[in-house]
Design a protein around this ligand. Structure first.
Ligand code: BES
Ligand code: ZN
Length: 874
């Protein structure tokens, strides 16, 4: 049966009726960790708005029985439960009609504490001395897995209050959204206790959380008196201190920015050993994977610190934007995630100005969506979501990165004062309620008097973004500039749909490089602007600080004049990095030759900005994986070495005292590129430091990852053995992941094969960390082949193992397959996935195929010219 037929025969997904509405849940859960089972009962207060003889609610993977309803007059009715497994629902049928009024529905249920990282699931950990394996249990409910833990109205707009009770073994911590109200011995078993929690605010089911296990914590109060804890495994509570201090600064920052008090008496955070995502914003009890929360003051890298600050800032933002005010349906998930991704930068900038994080926004977040959104297989930010299973597909760069970039552009367009005012009004009006995107636009429009809705809809309702083609002419002292907009498509093809945007366009010039010379809202396909009092040789640049969502294509001379602005660093790092980023994209699309890109990069030789280098490194990385397929790759490696050498020499191996954190992040990035480019001094020094490291003289954590990569690359089986030994000895997940990433970066195919075995066989590597192992393996063309063979051979078992968390499968396809550059492999991939029929990865496969096609076209078109250019340089 074809996929289409299957869809036609499936009943359409339907949301629950709004005629029965829950207002409150009394929930009791009793987990038995030794049997991986839990039992529970729930008493749900309901408003029945129309007479009915049945009640439909969600339940999945649960045994539910003993349904009873208490009527307004206190009569008790027994119901019969009917199961709809496919729809993940139950229907409770009654002999009599329930008239309009308030009822209480009581249900008993039981289920498995599963190993699939969704619903109520188990976490594996070892005791502090490493001698014993133990299990705890925690919840992950977003988007639609609360129904796997207790029967409920599991859609975001059925908000209710929750009184939660946990019955657990006495020696375990029992933690939930709210502070503990009471803790008592269980009357019939002294080994157990009953923990009751305060009533939650009115909230959605996906935000309910509870955790049971052995934990330590550090604690504090924020400046508004909110009690805050960070929970870690026993013996590791110091690793929670950094996140705690960060959160204690950021929580009051948001309360002030939104001008709304944090609504709960406590804000806890906890590191969970088995965790599928990065983090989850459960109200009052945020859960994290270990690497996104824990910092070892001695052995964590600067990079990890920055990441932790970012993730904490993101999840805390959701406490208002998402938890207090919630999207009506998953269609608006992008707004939740896009907004939190934007404001996490605002908060980190406030607390850690030294990270210069807004510049990093441009390289990490802005430039990140520009790549997939240029593919024909992209999708608009706002996509209608039917079944919540479709959400994994939009858990992507478009929702997060484009979403946040759109908000950054809007914030800039209406200004901070209007933005804050509108935001406050929006959050106040919809507190404890649900909302849709347009409601935010209306409030921002009202506060700013600008046509927010009209401007924004061109960005959220259609996919892609424009390329501005700029041509200029000097007439006396005036520059006459023509601007044309059309969709930028990755492979350079024309846009059949002729999409158009409403674009806030800015331009600035050499005579006043720190100020916008002209700002327009471009609403037409073409326009002409003029700049007065400008000299013939003066450069002009569009998109001041790279805030607008567009790329720019300049004429040869216009671009050439910008060389000076780059090398003198007159323009901001955001602008410097986007100039080369746009040129690289235009080269990929065939608008110009990659020789132009290679000729442009020397203007960056004296660059010292971390983020600018990061963006160059990322483009050079793409080019590396492409030119690896040519016979002049050696010449390219020399070019690359030359490009990065002077900054490498400037930074050296060891940190200066009190050096800026950005240098600490730049050094390892440059070292690993230079090492991979074959710089013998760097390779030798890495080997030396690695030997000393094994002997106990530990490498500075900031450069440790780079050293691992270099020694793994040029090392043999004994190096691998040393890496594996370090892996088993490591007690920080951060260190384990660092090692996993390096292992597969060998140039020896048999070592790469061993790495794949190490990652997937046995239980060396936790499911959520396996992707780091794969990423390392794909760093060479041999490795890519091996990963592809491995995926083909094991696809069915991977789907079985990871299918529930399809974001893993998506990552395998995206990281594993996009770096090929030939049509033959593309057609292999295409027919393989056609035969496998795994709809979960349909979109990523399409994306990978389009990318491979684009890359193979670049080689066909440009290879000769690049070869000639590189050979002339030697
Ligand atoms: N709410 C999300 C996690 C989520 C999204 C769960 C969609 C289920 C469906 C959370 O706030 C989040 O965005 N986490 C990110 C990390 C964040 C810092 C970008 C993650 O897990 O990668
Ligand atoms: Zn989020």
């Amino acid at each position: 049966m074809s996929a289409n037929n299957t869809q036609e025969t499936k009943p359409l997904f339907q949301r629950l009726s709004q005629t029965i509405v829950p207002t409150h849940y009394d929930l009791t859960i009793r987990p038995c960790l030794d049997k991986f089972k839990f039992s529970g009962d729930v008493n749900i207060h309901l408003k029945v708005k129309e007479p009915t003889s049945s009640i439909v609610l969600y339940a999945a993977d649960l045994e539910v029985d003993n349904a009873k309803v208490k009527s307004p007059s206190n009569d008790e009715l027994h119901g019969k439960i009917e199961l709809d497994q496919e729809g993940e629902r139950i229907t409770v049928n009654f002999d009599h009609k329930l008239e309009k009024g308030e009822y209480e529905l009581a249900l008993n249920f039981s289920g498995e504490i599963n190993n699939r990282m969704r619903g109520f699931y188990r976490n594996k950990y070892t005791t502090p001395d490493g001698s014993e394996v133990r299990f705890g249990a925690s919840t992950q409910f977003e988007p639609a897995d609360c129904r796997r833990a207790f029967p409920c109205w599991d859609e975001p707009n059925f908000k209710a209050t929750f009184d939660i009770t946990l019955i657990t073994q006495k020696n375990l911590c029992a933690i939930s959204n709210m502070p503990i109200k009471s803790e008592n011995e269980l009357t019939d078993d002294k080994e157990w206790k009953v923990t009751k929690f305060d009533r939650t605010p009115i909230m959605s089911t996906y935000l309910v959380a509870y955790v049971v296990g052995e934990y330590d914590y550090v604690e504090t109060k924020d400046s508004n008196g909110v009690s805050m804890k960070v929970y870690t495994l026993v013996g590791k509570k110091e690793h929670g201190q950094f996140a705690l201090d960060t959160a204690a600064k950021i929580l009051p920052f948001y309360a002030d920015y939104f001008n709304i008090k944090y609504p709960i008496a406590k804000a806890d955070q906890i590191a969970i050993s088995d965790f599928a995502m990065g983090a989850m914003e459960n109200w009052g009890l945020i859960t994290y994977r270990e690497t996104a929360l824990l910092i070892d003051p001695k052995f964590s890298s600067m990079d990890t610190r920055q990441r932790v600050a970012i993730v904490v800032a993101h999840e805390l933002a959701h406490q208002w934007f998402g938890n207090l005010v919630t999207m009506d349906w998953w269609t608006d998930l992008w707004l939740n995630e896009g907004f939190a991704t934007w404001i996490e930068y605002l908060a980190v900038d406030k607390c850690f100005p030294e990270f210069d994080i807004w510049t990093q926004f441009v390289a990490d977040t802005f430039a990140r969506f520009l790549v997939p959104d240029a593919l024909k297989s992209s999708h608009p930010i706002e996509v209608p979501i039917g079944h919540p299973a479709e959400i994994d597909e939009i858990f992507d760069a478009i929702s997060y990165s484009k979403g946040s970039s759109v908000i950054r552009m809007l914030h800039d367009y209406i200004g901070d004062d209007a933005f804050r005012k509108g935001l406050h009004n929006y959050l106040t009006e919809y507190s404890y309620k649900n909302t849709v995107t347009e409601n935010l636009w209306s409030h921002l429009a009202k506060a700013s008097n600008k046509p927010v809705n009209e401007v924004m809809s061109s960005w959220t309702l259609q996919m892609g973004y424009p390329l501005l083609t700029v041509t200029e002419e000097q007439i006396n002292k005036t520059r006459v500039i023509k601007i044309k907009q059309q969709r930028f498509i990755a492979d350079g093809s024309a846009d059949d749909e002729n999409l158009q945007w409403k674009i806030p366009v800015t331009v600035f010039t050499k005579s006043n490089p720190k100020q916008i010379a002209q700002q327009i809202l471009l609403e037409k396909p073409e326009t002409t602007i003029t700049l007065d009092n400008i000299l013939e040789d003066d450069w002009i640049k569009f998109n001041y600080n790279s805030i607008g969502l567009y790329r720019v294509k300049y004429e040869f001379d216009t671009l050439a004049r910008l060389n000076e602005a780059i090398s003198s660093k007159t323009i901001s790092p955001q602008d410097r990095l986007m100039i080369q980023n746009d040129v690289a994209a235009l080269c990929n699309a065939g608008h110009q030759s990659f020789v132009d890109y290679l000729k442009l990069l020397p203007s960056y030789t004296d660059e010292d900005n971390f983020t600018v280098w990061k963006s160059i490194a990322s483009n050079i990385g793409d080019l590396t994986s492409l030119l690896e397929y040519t016979n002049y790759f050696g010449e390219f490696k020399k070019y690359r070495l030359n490009l990065f050498s002077s900054i490498q020499k400037k930074l050296g191996w060891d940190a200066d005292q009190n050096e800026n954190p950005l240098s600490a992040m730049l050094r390892p990035m440059i070292l690993s590129i230079v090492g991979k480019s074959g710089d013998q001094d760097v390779i030798d020094e890495a080997k030396k430091r690695f030997e000393r490291h094994i002997a106990g003289d530990l490498i500075d954590p900031n450069i440790r990852g780079a050293v691992y990569v270099i020694v793994a690359r040029y090392g043999d089986e004994s190096t691998q053995e040393a890496l594996r030994k370090l892996y088993f000895a490591a007690d920080m997940t951060e260190e384990k992941v660092r090692l996993l990433r390096s292992m597969g970066q060998s140039i020896k195919p048999e070592i790469i094969e061993n790495t794949l075995k190490f990652v997937f066989e046995g239980d060396n590597v936790r499911m959520q960390d396996s992707i780091s192992g794969i990423v390392g393996c794909t760093s060479s063309c041999d490795g890519r082949d091996l990963v592809w063979k491995f995926l083909q051979k094991n696809w069915k078992s991977l789907v079985e193992r990871f299918g529930d968390k399809s974001n893993f499968l998506i990552a395998f396809v995206e990281y594993g397959l996009s770096d090929f550059a030939d049509e033959k492999t593309a057609s292999e991939i295409k027919s393989f996935f056609e035969s496998m029929n795994t709809p979960l990865v349909a979109r990523p496969v399409k994306k990978a195929l389009e990318t491979i096609h684009m890359r193979s076209e670049v080689l066909k078109r440009d290879s000769k010219a690049i070869e000639e250019y590189l050979k002339k340089q030697q």
